[in-house]
Ligand binder design. Structure first.
Ligand SMILES: *Cc1c(COP(=O)(O)O)cnc(C)c1O
Length: 431
């Protein structure tokens, strides 16, 4: 399987090359040349397969011959070393908990899969590869943990100073070894734009092998399809119209869900639930796409003013607005509404949601007002402990640190300060 650049001004490349490059030379995102639906028999018998078998079926066509079958199966096995439970919340509302991995956010799956693919591709090359990534919170920790100790791979993570939670900061600044954290005096968009600059800087690229681990990388993006299949597998009633509400920031996760639908998973509709960064809700209302500087919210992993994966969603619908609008609804919520939802879930459903999950839940509630008799699943993308400062005052209760968090919380932070692209560049060249 080859991948083409969505800007269409770069050569098509193999899975391996797309993973190593991250972004195409023309700055476009890579997209699969073809998408072949899975057999209806597989989908209707999905409950008989293990998660690992499902994942293999789902991703195999995209990887092709680039990774031998047995190795791909091992990579999948190591990637999926935790559970993905579907939890009842209310009548016709469930949540899928994606936070049972090492850093307690859904990004663990993509990061672990990508780290292992890259490790495999780079195993015999004499040259180290540097993974450069910008994080609004959870990516950093997941990438740091996923790549920790992977040979011949160095990781450099940029994060916006004071805009990630204490737990998140600890997860990305305390691991050491091949992981370096850079604290940027700015927003996530500033971090992301510095990373983009690095990938366009020929004088830098001629001196080092650089790749990205942001959700634009196909090895992070594609495995996110697994969740939607795992959710479907666990559904008792597979007949009722199925709707997913996905808390969305860069729109990689939801885009993977939409790809899962293309592979034949019977999903009736998607809801992109978001915070005050309402570029996509606005776009779906007005058909005008206006990126804006991101605003800070309590669901900070979604503080994105120009969602990078949205162009892939448009491509999935051949850039046809009407078709897209039929499958994708999108709503924006304030921090006040998000807190109210967290409190409601705690009091009435005995469920502690993190701010992102709460936004997903709100998306379901809005949708079901006009669409009763649908079976809705919102994705719980992070454990509430990752957003302790927000969650505890709302529910007026304390949350215990799970072992994964306990292991990092008392460790010493190590980060380098970075103000602008020139400083980033000199850091990369020195390290
Ligand atoms: C990254 C993240 C999101 C947003 O996911 P996208 O794929 O960027 O849309 C939502 N919630 C949490 C907790 C995240 O870490």
């Amino acid at each position: 399987m080859n991948f083409y650049s969505l800007h269409k001004k770069a050569p098509n490349v193999s899975f391996k090359e797309a993973v190593i490059r991250g972004l195409a030379p023309d700055k476009g995102l890579y997209f699969p040349e073809s998408i072949t639906p899975l057999s209806t028999e597989f989908i209707s018998n999905i409950s008989n397969y293990s998660n690992e078998e499902i994942a293999f079926q789902v991703i195999q066509q995209f990887v092709g011959n680039e990774i031998p079958e047995e190795i791909l199966k091992d990579i999948i096995k190591e990637t999926l070393c935790f559970d993905f439970p579907l939890v009842d919340i209310e009548n016709d509302i469930k949540t899928m908990e994606l936070f049972h991995g090492p850093t307690m956010a859904f990004k663990d799956v993509g990061a672990r899969f990508m780290a292992r693919c890259l490790g495999y591709f780079n195993q015999n090359s004499g040259e180290d590869v540097t993974v450069l990534v910008a994080t609004s919170g959870d990516t950093g920790g997941a990438v740091a943990s996923g790549f920790l100790g992977v040979k011949n791979v160095n990781v450099v993570i940029l994060y916006p100073s004071k805009k990630v939670s204490n737990v998140q900061e600890k997860q990305l600044t305390t691991l050491g070894q091949n992981i370096k954290a850079l604290e940027v005096n700015g927003t996530f968009d500033d971090c992301q734009s510095m990373v983009k600059n690095a990938f366009l800087d020929e004088s830098l690229l001629s001196k080092m092998q650089l790749t990205s681990a942001n959700s634009i990388n196909i090895a992070r993006w594609l495995p996110q399809m697994f969740y939607f299949f795992f959710a479907y597998k666990q559904l008792v009633d597979k007949k009722k119209k199925l709707v997913f509400s996905v808390p969305s920031g860069n729109y990689g996760n939801i885009c993977a869900g939409m790809l899962a639908k293309k592979l034949g998973l019977p999903i009736h509709q998607f809801i992109a639930a978001t915070n005050a960064n309402d570029i996509i809700p606005q776009y779906l209302t007005t058909e005008a796409y206006h990126p804006k500087p991101s605003v800070q919210t309590i669901s900070n992993a979604m503080d994105v003013g120009d969602p990078s994966n949205f162009i892939r969603i448009q491509q999935l619908y051949d850039n046809k607005f009407t078709a897209l609008k039929k499958d994708l609804y999108s709503y924006s919520y304030t921090d006040y509404q998000t807190r109210e939802a967290m409190l409601y879930l705690y009091k009435n459903c005995n469920y502690i949601a993190d701010p992102h999950g709460a936004v997903g839940y709100l998306g379901v509630k809005t949708y079901q007002e006009k669409n009763p008799n649908t079976q809705c699943i919102f994705l719980e993308t992070a454990h509430p402990v990752k957003f302790l400062d927000v969650v505890e005052p709302v529910i007026n209760d304390s949350i215990k640190y799970p072992p994964q968090i306990q292991a990092v919380i008392d460790k010493k932070k190590e980060a380098f300060s970075v103000e602008n692209y020139e400083q980033l560049k000199s850091f990369l060249l020195k390290n």
